[in-house]
Design a protein around this ligand. Structure first.
Ligand SMILES: C[S@@+](CC[C@H](N)C(=O)[O-])C[C@H]1O[C@@H](n2cnc3c(N)ncnc32)[C@H](O)[C@@H]1O
Length: 668
C-alpha cells in the first residue's frame, strides 16, 4: 500500500507495531535525560495545552502484555533510574520517586478492554528524571488531582519500556498494587527507603489540626483526601476514638468495607459512640456480603435504641445448587437436589457495576477503536473491579477464582496484589450487558460483574433464567431439574437467528450444542429462512402501506411454514415472523387475527423458552386482545399465566416488580 494512502489510525498502528518490536529487543542501559530540560519541556507542554484548551486526555495504543509484582515490599531491593535497562521489568527491585510533572490523563487502547491512566514525570533519589504512566488507579478519566506534585511513590518491580508514541523510554504501571504512596510526614517509612530529604518538617504534628482538615475534606466530598488525613491524624494520636469512627464513615463512602469495619471496631474499643460504631459495622458487614454479621449489628442497634429503624436490603441467597466441574466447559452449576420449575435458585448482589452516568463523550474515542468487547463500559467495569479490589483486598480470592479466558486458572495471587491483565480478562469473560426488569429491553446500558452467577454456563434452551433488579441478579429454574443435572442460563437474547447467536457466542469462545443450535446447524433451510425474514423486515420497515406489508407477509408466512415441514419443534424464526405480522395486524385493529397469531406464538413456545421476556409480553398482548373481544375468561387466564412466568406470588407482587406491566394493566 502506498504510504500516502494510509489513514492516521493506520499510521499509528504501524508505528505501534515498530515500537512493539523494539520492546522485544535486548535490554540496553537506560538513556540519560537532562532533568532541567525535561522538567522545562513538560511545563511548556502543560502550559500549551492549557492555553489552547486542548483536551488533556490523550489516547494511545498499549501492548497486550502486562506486569504485576507478586512480592511484598519487604522482599524487594532498591534500585535507581541510572541502574535501569530498557526494555526491562526490574524484578525483585523497587524505585523510590517523587512526582515532578503535572499529570495529564490518558486512555490506553488495549485488548480485551482499554485502560484509564495518567502520565507524569518523576524524579528518583539521585535527581534523575523519567516519564511514568500509571493505569487503573482511578475511575474517572479526567481526574488527575489525586496525584499532586511532590507525591512520594514506591514503584514495585518498575517496568521500563519504550512508549507507544515515541521511542523514548518510560515507566509503566498497570496494577495499582504495584505502587505504595508515602506520606511526606511519615518519617519512619521515609527513613526506611532513604528518602528523609523529602520529609516535610513544616507540616504540623498535631492530630487535631489534621482531624479538622480531614473533616473539611469529608464535607466537600473529597473522601480519598479525607482518608489520608484521618490516617495522618491517627498516626499522631491513635487513642482518639473519633478519628477511627470518622475514618470508618469515610471508608464506607469510598467503598473500602473491610477497613470501614476495622476502623469502626477500633473506634468502639477506644470508647467511641456505640450506636454509630454498630451501625457502621453493620453497613460494612453488609457490603462485605456477611449478611448474618450485618443483621446482628443492626439487630443490636434495634435492641439498644428505640430511635432508628434499621435499613433493610436484600441478602444473597443460594438455592439447591453447587459449583461442579463440567467436562468440556470448565466449571458450571448443577442441581444439588431435584428442583421444580419456578424454584428460586440465586439472589446475588453485583460485585461491581459500570455506571452509565460515568460515560463521558470523550469515551467515544474508545468506541471507534472497538474490537471484541473493547467498549467504554468494559473499561469502566475493569477500573471499578480494580478499585473494589484495591479497597477490599479480602475479596481478591473470589474474583481471581473466576474464569479468565486463556489465562491459566488456579494461579496463586498474593493477598492485596492486583493482576491487571487477569482482572481485564475476568471482566471480559464474566460481565454481561443487563437490562433491569421493567425497563425497555433495548436499553442495555449497564454491565455488571456477579460472583456466583458467573459460574452458570450458557445454553440457548436453558433451564434457568436470570433477571436484574438494579444491581441484584435473580435466577429461577424454568424447568424441572433432576439432582446432578447442569443448570444453564442464556447469555444472549433468543430473538437472534442461528448465525447471529453463533457470532455473539464466539466472544466467549465456545460453540453452543443445545437442542436449538443442533437443530439449526443440521437444518438445510436455516440460512434460507433467515434470509427471507431479513429481506421482509427490511421491506416492512421501509413501507408505509400496511395492507401490502400484510399481503406480502402472508405469502412469506406460507413459505416459512414450508421450510419447517420436516421440523416439529423450536420453530423460533416462525415465531419471530408471526410476531412481525402481529404488529402489522395490530395496526389495522384486527383483534381477531391478532388473537389467532398470538395463540399460535404461545403454543409454538410452550417449552422453557416461554420464559423469555418477549414471549411473556405476548401473554399480556393476548390478554389485551381477549379483553377487546369480551373474552373475560381468556383475559384472566392469560394474566395468570404472565404472572406465573414472572415468578410472582400474586397480582400485586406482579405489578410491583414490573411497573411497566402494572401501567399496561391499568389501561386495559
Ligand atoms: C461466565 S464463564 C462460565 C463459567 C466457566 N465455565 C468457569 O469455568 O468458570 C463463561 C465461559 O464458560 C464457558 N462456557 C459457557 N457456556 C458454555 C457452553 N455451553 N459450552 C462450552 N463452554 C461454555 C466458556 O469458556 C465461556 O467463555
Amino acid at each position: 500500500m502506498n504510504i500516502n494512502t494510509l489513514t492516521k489510525a493506520q499510521l499509528e498502528m504501524k508505528k505501534f507495531g515498530e515500537i512493539n518490536r523494539l520492546n522485544e529487543s535486548e535490554p540496553e542501559s537506560r538513556p540519560h535525560r537532562n532533568p532541567d530540560e525535561e522538567i522545562l519541556s513538560w511545563q511548556l507542554q502543560t502550559v500549551k495545552y492549557e492555553k489552547n484548551d486542548i483536551t488533556k486526555t490523550k489516547t494511545l495504543f498499549l501492548s497486550e502484555n502486562s506486569h504485576f509484582c507478586s512480592k511484598s515490599f519487604e522482599e524487594l531491593e532498591p534500585i535507581n533510574l541510572c541502574d535501569m535497562k530498557v526494555p526491562m521489568i526490574h524484578e525483585g527491585k523497587y524505585l523510590v520517586c517523587q512526582v515532578k510533572g503535572k499529570p495529564y490523563s490518558v486512555i490506553g487502547l488495549a485488548t480485551p478492554s482499554p485502560y484509564f491512566g495518567v502520565h507524569t514525570l518523576i524524579e528518583d533519589l539521585n535527581g534523575d528524571i523519567e516519564e511514568l504512566a500509571m493505569y487503573n488507579f482511578r475511575h474517572k478519566v479526567d481526574d488527575v488531582n489525586w496525584l499532586p506534585l511532590g507525591t512520594i511513590l514506591i514503584i514495585k518491580e518498575p517496568w521500563l519500556r519504550y512508549g507507544s508514541q515515541s521511542k523514548t523510554a518510560s515507566l509503566r504501571v498497570d496494577s495499582p498494587s504495584d505502587v505504595i504512596f508515602v506520606d511526606p510526614i511519615d518519617n519512619e517509612v521515609l527513613e526506611k527507603i532513604g528518602a528523609t530529604k523529602w520529609h516535610d518538617s513544616k507540616l504540623s504534628k498535631n492530630a487535631e489540626v489534621w482531624q479538622k482538615e480531614a473533616n473539611e475534606c469529608f464535607k466537600k466530598g473529597k473522601y480519598e483526601m479525607a482518608l489520608k488525613l484521618y490516617d495522618r491524624a491517627i498516626r499522631f494520636n491513635p487513642e482518639l476514638s473519633v478519628l477511627h469512627s470518622n475514618k470508618s464513615l469515610t471508608c464506607l463512602r469510598i467503598g473500602a468495607f473491610y477497613d470501614a469495619y476495622e476502623a469502626a471496631k477500633i473506634g468502639l474499643e477506644k470508647g467511641g459512640n456505640r450506636e454509630k460504631a454498630l451501625y457502621r459495622m453493620g453497613q460494612a458487614a453488609y457490603d462485605m456480603r456477611e449478611w448474618q454479621n450485618a443483621a446482628n449489628h443492626f439487630a443490636a442497634i434495634l435492641l439498644e435504641s428505640e430511635k432508628h429503624e434499621p435499613q433493610f436490603e436484600v441478602a444473597d441467597y443460594v438455592g439447591p445448587i453447587e459449583i461442579a466441574n463440567i467436562p468440556g466447559k470448565g466449571r458450571g452449576i448443577i442441581a444439588s437436589e431435584d428442583i421444580k420449575e419456578g424454584t428460586l435458585l440465586v439472589v446475588s448482589k453485583a460485585f461491581s457495576t459500570s455506571l452509565c452516568q460515568d460515560f463521558l463523550s470523550l469515551l467515544g474515542t474508545i468506541q471507534s477503536f472497538k474490537k471484541q468487547g473493547a467498549t467504554a463500559d468494559q473499561l469502566l467495569q475493569v477500573t471499578q473491579i480494580m478499585k473494589n479490589l484495591q479497597l477490599n483486598p479480602q475479596l481478591g480470592k473470589e474474583i481471581y477464582d473466576l474464569y479468565a479466558g486463556d489465562l491459566e486458572q488456579n494461579v496463586d495471587i498474593p493477598f492485596g496484589v492486583i493482576d491487571a491483565a487477569r482482572v481485564q480478562q475476568i471482566s471480559a469473560c464474566n460481565t454481561f450487558g443487563t437490562t433491569d426488569v421493567g425497563e425497555n429491553s433495548e436499553s442495555i446500558d449497564k454491565i455488571r460483574l456477579f460472583v456466583l452467577p458467573s459460574y452458570f454456563n450458557h445454553s440457548c434452551i436453558a433451564n434457568g433464567k436470570r433477571e436484574f433488579f438494579h444491581d441484584v441478579m435473580v435466577v429461577h429454574a424454568t424447568a424441572d431439574i433432576k439432582k446432578g443435572e447442569e443448570i444453564f442460563v442464556p447469555y444472549i437474547n433468543l430473538t437472534y437467528d442461528f448465525l447471529e447467536r453463533k457470532k455473539k457466542l464466539d466472544f466467549w469462545k465456545f460453540t453452543c450444542t443445545c437442542a436449538l443450535c443442533e437443530l439449526d446447524a443440521n437444518d438445510e433451510n436455516c440460512l434460507k429462512r433467515n434470509e427471507m425474514v431479513k429481506k421482509y423486515v427490511k421491506f416492512a420497515n421501509g413501507s408505509y402501506n400496511l395492507y401490502s406489508i400484510i399481503d406480502q407477509g402472508e405469502a412469506l408466512l406460507k413459505k416459512i411454514r414450508e421450510t419447517y415441514v420436516n421440523r416439529n419443534e423450536l420453530k423460533i424464526v416462525l415465531v419471530q415472523f408471526l410476531d412481525t405480522l402481529y404488529a402489522a395486524y395490530y395496526d389495522t385493529g384486527n383483534k381477531l387475527k391478532c388473537a389467532k397469531i398470538l395463540e399460535e406464538i404461545i403454543s409454538l413456545m410452550d417449552n422453557p423458552l416461554k420464559y423469555t421476556e418477549k414471549i411473556k409480553t405476548k401473554y399480556l398482548d393476548l390478554a389485551h386482545c381477549y379483553l377487546s373481544l369480551r373474552n373475560n375468561r381468556g383475559y384472566k387466564e392469560m394474566l395468570q399465566k404472565a404472572m406465573k412466568l414472572s415468578f410472582c406470588a400474586d397480582m400485586e407482587h406482579f405489578k410491583a416488580i414490573y411497573p411497566m406491566i402494572g401501567r399496561q394493566l391499568s389501561v386495559m
